[in-house]
Structure formats: C-alpha cells, structure tokens
Ligand binder design. Structure first.
Ligand code: GLC
Length: 469
C-alpha cells in the first residue's frame, strides 16, 4: 500500500507543484496519525474488557501456521498438497506448511528424531512408520490425543481396533492414528502369465521360480532388461520387511513368543538361502537387488514392463494402473507365495499421524489430524493413491471397491499381516538384520554365518536393554 502510494506520488510529481506536494504529505501524515489513535483506542478497549476480548477471540480465531512433515513418492507428495489446500480452504485461519521428507523410512525417522530430541516445537504434526511409533511414544515425543477425542466426542471405533491397540496406544493413551495400512503383496503380469501357458499366479516360492524362469527366458529374446522377480533387497528397513515375509512363509520368525531372538533357526537359514538363490542360482532377480532395490526402483522396473513378478506395497497398484503406465490393465495382484507346508505371510506396514508434544499449536494440529482421517480424505487416498485406508468404514464404499477390487479379495492378507517386533530396541535390531541379510544376498557371507552373527548381536542389544520385552 505504502509502496503504491509512493509510486503514485512519484508519477504525479511532474504535474504538481512543490506546494501541492507539501499539502499531500500533510494530509497523509494526518491520516496516519488518526489511524494510530484509532488503533490505540481499539487495543485499549480490548484490554479494558476481558470478557469482550474472549468473545472476540472465539469469533475470529487468530491465524496460526503449522508444519506438517511427510515423505513418500512424488505422486504422494503432490496429493498431500491437494489435501492441504482443501484443509486450508475449510480452515482459513490455519496455514499448513509441508515439510517434505524423503521416501526412505529410516531417513524420515532421523529427520524427526533431531528436532524432537531437541524439544523443538516444529514439525507440529507428522507421519510415522508403524515400525517406530512405539519408540516415539516411549521417548515421550507424542502428545496424547485422549483429551481431544473426548472434547470432540470423536469416534475412534471407525479405525481397526487391532491396529489402534497394537500401534497407536501407549500406556493406555492414544498417541497416534493410522493414516494408511500397508501389507506386502505380489504383483504379476496377467498377459505374460497367459502367454506362457499358466493359469494362476504362484502358490509356492518354487512355483514362482518356475514361472519366472520360463517367462524371463522367453522375454529376454526381445528385451534383455527383463527380470523374473523384483523385490526390496538394499540394506534398509524395506529389506527387513521382505526378510520377515520370506522367513514367516517358512514358519520362521525374528523373536519367539517370549521376546527372545530366534534369527538363526533352520527355517530362517533355509528362507535366506532361497533369497540369495533368487539372485545367484536361479538368476531371476537382478544383482542390483542388494545394491539399489527399494520400493520405487522395484516399482519402476515392473511398471516399465521389465519384470514378471514384483513384491511391493498397495501404493504400487494405483501407479501401475495410471493412464500412462505400460502395465495398465495387465497387472494382477495376489498374496505372496509360501514354502511348502507353510502359510503365505505379509509384513504389516503403514503410516500413522501424531502430534509433537512440544508443538505450540496442538489444537490446530488436531484439526488437521481430524481432516486427514475424515471419510472423504481417506476415500481420496484409496481412490487416488491406492492406499489401504486407516478407517475401516471406507472399505465398504462401492466406488473404492470398484477402483481397488483387491481390498475385498485380499482382506485376509491385510487382517493377518505380521507386525515387526514392537520393542524399544527395534531400530538397533533392524540395523543388524539389514546388515547381515544384505551381506548374505550379496553373496559376501553364507546365510548360516550371517544369521548366527545377527543372532549374537541382537542378543547383545537385548542384554543392554535389560529384557526381551
Ligand atoms: C512402507 C511401509 C513401512 C515400511 C517401509 C519400508 O513405507 O509402510 O511400514 O517400514 O515401507 O521401506
């Protein structure tokens, strides 16, 4: 305004005499003085009548800005911007600044651990991997949501009870809410399955090898970049998810029921040997599996038409079926295979929303949490990103079921997904597993030695923490 005024004065200068100019300046000064007096009176009136003041604050809530930290694939970040715009349109007094995080779970965790351990007030609200919600809660970084829930009569029964109990409750307090739930799935090329004379996706891992070998041999004639099976093998959290699926589908586990590590069991050694064999013996998975395969490179290999099978999370479905995808309409989805005599297993993944306990704008953050968890936004996630909503009522929505028919078909997979151990030393244990499993699939260590070493190191970590729980 003042700049504009200055511009106007400058342009008119040539036409006005200095005398006229002086008059204008006098008028301006008078106007400014009147405004100062007026504002002063207003402030005085407000301070002199607190009840009026309160009333006014309620009618015109003050503007607040909150920082929301979130990561993910580029399409997911674009979608979050859309969600934020909708929220801001409905809540004009709240500005949400998106703090973009990377895709990788551990890096996302680190970018939150630094401000939270320094008791910083931002980010105010953020998404957490189900694998580390417990650790954040134990560190006291998550604001309990109970008082907001009761103040608003907020209905938490719309969420999966098992998930709320398992991941979002700490010492009786609700500390987070599920935004979406992940479970490992097998994607396959329906057209190639048919072309090579198979009628069904594989039930066992050996079936998968058989189909993948045949299709790979055939397709390689035209396309040297073609692979039978792509999965997450880089040294990072995603490898632990895949490892858990291989071992659990052979009757193995990471910890037993008493919380003691059982990493070097026979079943686990067999499963890890098979993982390495996929790359080195059957040669149906690329050597880049252990150097660079995280979710996105895996998805892009399959999506560009260069793989028969893919292990990934539900988000890949939406992208595979997007308009410019070469595998649109040619992608099938099934439970992951299992070893003979055992059940198929999917790792429970997913991301949960929580509020920073040091935030200065918790009320505004809670409003944002409620919006993200609202029926329409959750439906939007399912329709546009292929996410499995955290709310169960959305699963009955006909439009959602039409767009993501696997939700109904693979219900069992989601309901029975296996959580990673919920222990305070999870991150340390995961790092040990990542290191040794990656060494074994890279062929640097034999699977038995790798798991013996992992077992010893995890035992040490548990000793340091005092107990197995
Ligand atoms: C997905 C899952 C998460 C898992 C991560 C591993 O984001 O939702 O739970 O830890 O992948 O890369």
């Amino acid at each position: 305004m003042w700049v504009k005024m200055k511009e106007i004065i400058f342009l008119e200068e040539r036409r006005f005499s200095m005398k006229k100019m002086a008059k204008i300046i006098t008028i301006l000064v008078v106007v400014m003085m009147i405004s100062v007096v007026f504002v002063g009176c207003k402030t005085q009136t407000q301070t002199s009548t607190p009840s009026q003041n309160q009333q006014q604050a309620q009618q015109t809530p003050k503007n607040v800005s909150i920082v929301f930290a979130v990561g993910g694939a580029p399409s997911e970040i674009d979608y979050w911007h859309k969600v934020i715009n909708e929220f801001e349109a409905k809540n004009p007094n709240i500005t949400v600044n998106l703090l973009r995080q990377p895709m990788d779970s551990a890096t996302r965790m680190q970018t939150l651990v630094t401000p939270l351990s320094g008791h910083e007030s931002t980010p105010d609200v953020f998404l957490m991997d189900v694998a580390w919600v417990g650790q954040f809660a134990a560190s006291g970084w998550l604001a309990p949501l109970n008082s907001y829930v009761s103040q608003d009569n907020y209905d938490t029964s719309v969420f999966f009870k098992k998930v709320l109990d398992l991941a979002d409750t700490y010492k009786g307090n609700l500390i987070a809410l599920p935004v979406y739930i992940d479970a490992g799935l097998l994607y396959y090329r329906t057209d190639l399955l048919k072309k090579y004379g198979f009628s069904n996706p594989p039930q066992t891992w050996q079936d998968l090898v058989k189909i993948a070998e045949k299709v790979q041999n055939g397709e390689r004639k035209e396309n040297p970049k073609f692979w039978g099976f792509v999965w997450q093998g880089k040294q990072y959290e995603g490898l632990v998810c895949d490892f858990l699926e291989f071992i659990a589908s052979n009757g193995g586990n990471i910890l037993n029921k008493d919380g003691q590590p059982v990493l070097n069991s026979q079943n686990n050694i067999q499963a890890l040997t098979f993982m390495a064999d996929l790359i080195h013996k059957y040669k149906i998975s690329p050597p880049s599996t252990y150097t660079e395969m995280t979710e996105e490179p895996v998805r892009m290999t399959f999506q560009s038409g260069n793989a028969m099978f893919e292990r990934n999370w539900p988000y890949a479905w939406g992208l595979h079926n997007s308009d410019n995808s070469p595998v649109k309409g040619k992608t099938g989805i099934a439970p992951l295979p299992h070893f003979p005599g055992h059940q198929s297993a999917a790792t429970l993944g997913g991301w949960h929303i929580g509020i920073n306990t040091y935030s200065k704008n918790k009320e505004a953050a809670w409003k944002f949490v409620k919006f993200v968890e609202s029926y329409d936004v959750q439906k939007g996630f399912a329709m546009n990103l292929g996410w499995n909503p955290g709310r169960q009522d959305v699963y009955k929505d006909q439009e959602v079921l039409k767009k993501a028919p696997y939700l109904e078909k693979l219900r069992e997979v989601f309901v029975n997904a296996i959580p990673r151990p919920s222990v305070p030393y999870y991150t340390k244990m995961s790092q040990v597993i990542q290191k040794y499993v990656n060494a074994a699939i890279a062929g640097r260590m034999d699977p038995k030695t790798a798991l013996d070493k992992a077992q010893q190191e995890v035992e040490q970590i548990i000793k340091q923490y005092g107990s197995g729980s």
